[in-house]
Design a protein around this ligand. Structure first.
Ligand SMILES: C[S@@+](CC[C@H](N)C(=O)[O-])C[C@H]1O[C@@H](n2cnc3c(N)ncnc32)[C@H](O)[C@@H]1O
Length: 211
């Protein structure tokens, strides 16, 4: 879905090389990417490979990076003028995405969010005291729904087909933004390609207006 609905229509596949610095050659996402592009470079063990941009003539980045690194990655690619489409948590979109020209955000319906395993199970399994003394703890937490959490997701991008600004905004319950000084302002209607999105200098809000 990520490739079909977001990556391909964005126009980013026009670049010679598609760098996927967080997906190894066995990952499902890399496999999908190879169906859309002839020259996809996966993660090969170097944790700095998301920064190795000078090795390529005409490179764009597409991936599902760790959410904890999203803002750093996006800011770096804006600064270096590298086109990218990244899958990210929509809990906290940084303001610089809205401020940057030719940047945009796509939401699929995020009202329910997507389940993510957030690593609790791994920590428990690594703790021999807990696993020995509380052998059923993982099953119990799982039964309570505590091993996964729901996160609204979106896609951030900086891309080459400038007609593709905001595709669809269909969420019904808004969680963004988390910081108190940033606001989203909606007036009406359905938000699609023809919608206008801008940051109002006076009230500091992001406005999305359907046309
Ligand atoms: C959200 S997952 C996505 C995985 C991949 N896109 C897939 O579909 O299988 C992000 C991955 O990046 C890895 N990772 C974290 N920091 C990294 C880094 N600096 N360089 C490369 N991979 C990293 C994590 O271990 C994790 O497997």
């Amino acid at each position: 879905m990520f490739f079909e609905k977001v990556v391909e229509p964005s126009g980013i596949l026009q670049h010679d090389t598609l760098l996927m610095p967080f997906s190894n050659s066995e990952s499902p996402l890399y496999n999908v990417a190879t169906k859309y592009h002839e020259n996809v470079v996966p993660f090969e063990g170097n944790h700095e490979s998301w920064l190795l941009l000078d090795n390529y003539q005409d490179v764009a980045v597409v991936d599902n990076p760790p959410f904890s690194m999203s803002a750093k990655i996006e800011q770096t690619y804006f600064d270096k003028r590298i086109p990218f489409v990244l899958f990210r948590s929509a809990v906290a979109y940084p303001k610089f995405i809205f401020k940057t020209k030719r940047a945009g955000v796509i939401y699929e319906n995020s009202a329910k969010g997507v389940d993510f395993v957030w690593g609790l199970e791994k920590h428990i399994k690594n703790d021999s005291y807990i696993t020995e003394n509380y052998p059923n703890i993982i099953d119990n937490i799982k039964a309570m729904g505590g091993l996964e959490k729901r996160i609204p997701v979106g896609f951030s991008f900086y891309k080459t087909n400038y007609d593709f600004k905001v595709k669809t905004v269909t969420f019904s319950r808004l969680k963004y933004p988390s910081k108190k000084d940033i606001f989203l302002y909606f007036n009406r209607g359905v938000f699609d390609e023809s919608s206008t999105i801008y940051e109002d200098e006076e009230d500091g809000r992001i406005h999305i207006i359907s046309n």
